[in-house]
Design a protein around this ligand. Structure first.
Ligand code: CUA
Length: 340
């Protein structure tokens, strides 16, 4: 179709598992629009000739109602649009919902760079490497303004917002290097906020990871170090003396709140609880935690959340029975099946 794909690329390569689906619905919409544009243009010209005024004193005649025709041009477009709606909704849900087994990578955007963290803690700037044949979930936030993560070959795009986490997933089975664009005007060097996503065979990825310098980010503290440096551990203790909710095994569980509501302990909940602890109080505890807003950078916040996610429920069965931890233990048990 395109004789010069390299010099004059008309359409990006389809390099993710959802790209085919997205393209199919895109071309369907394009075909419908082209067909009706052509139909209307031809009818306009034809009617202009067919029903032109033929003499100076000609006057129009009252038209006859064409009921079938009118029903036809209402019902047929409705059916076509309903097909677009149902099909679009199906593709949307597929593209928006990360598979359960997705590997989690963290993305922090700032003017004007992309910072990445691998599941094993390794970091990169602007150039992300991922394994092929594996669903990749990105958990993204911004340190300043709104950016947008866009890889045309994967057909995925998601705004990256300050003050909250947004998510995006993709899976590529085609090793190669794909260009990452910032797709939201974010200041003077927006057009230079370009990086890449390199998809590697799983074996190559493992080799690349182990050959890589452990931490590219310099003297960044780990979440565990921050947890004790910020003295979180004086209140959030895994024992009965705790004055604050237990964090062990908390991630992903439902938490009962003092106001009777229930929260899911996801990244946004942990983030809010650190920056604005008074917003939602866990049932059975006092609102005594100070805010950490302004005391942690986005990176540090991310490390803390990663640490809280990593401290699993194993090894604290005896702690769960302690009185102070009762509310949380109750909230966490009995609903394992319903946790998404
Ligand atoms: Cu970041 Cu545009």
């Amino acid at each position: 179709m395109n004789p010069w794909p390299d010099q004059f690329p008309l359409f990006p390569e389809a390099a993710s598992t959802v790209a085919g689906e997205v393209d199919a619905i895109y071309f369907f919409g394009l075909a419908v629009a082209a067909f009706f544009s052509l139909l209307i243009a031809v009818l306009v010209l034809w009617f202009a000739v067919r029903y032109r005024r033929r003499s100076e004193d000609e006057i129009g005649r009252p038209e006859k109602a064409a009921v079938l025709l009118e029903i036809g041009w209402s019902v047929i477009p409705l059916l076509i649009l309903m097909v677009m709606f149902a099909w679009g909704a199906k593709v949307f849900y597929h593209v928006r919902r990360p598979p359960e087994n997705a590997l989690e990578y963290y993305v922090t955007a700032k003017q004007w760079m992309w910072k990445f963290q691998h599941p094993d803690g390794n970091r990169e700037i602007n150039h992300l490497h991922v394994p092929a044949g594996q669903a990749i979930k990105l958990i993204m936030t911004s340190e300043d303004v709104i950016h947008s993560f866009f890889v045309p070959e994967f057909r995925v795009k998601q705004d990256v917002l300050p003050g909250r986490y947004t998510y995006l997933w993709f899976q590529s089975d085609r090793p190669g290097r794909y260009t990452l664009f910032c797709n939201e005007y974010c200041g003077a060097e927006h057009s230079l906020m370009i990086g890449s996503v390199t998809v590697m065979e799983p074996g190559d990825y493992e080799a690349w990871l182990s050959a890589k310098e452990p931490v590219a980010g310099g003297q960044q503290l780990t979440g565990e170090e921050l947890f004790s440096l910020q003295v979180c551990d004086t209140c959030h203790k895994p024992d009965s003396a705790a004055r604050a909710p237990m964090l062990w095994g908390l991630y992903g569980e439902e938490v009962a709140m003092a106001d009777g509501s229930v929260a899911i302990a996801d990244e946004d909940y942990l983030r809010e609880s650190i920056l604005n602890p008074g917003a939602r109080i866990v049932k059975g505890y006092d609102a005594i935690m100070p805010t950490y807003a302004g005391r942690l950078s986005e990176d540090e916040l991310l490390q803390l959340i990663l640490y809280i996610k990593s401290i699993g429920p194993e090894g604290d069965a005896e702690v769960a029975a302690a009185p102070a931890a009762e509310t949380e233990a109750d909230a966490g048990s009995g609903d394992e099946g319903s946790t998404p």
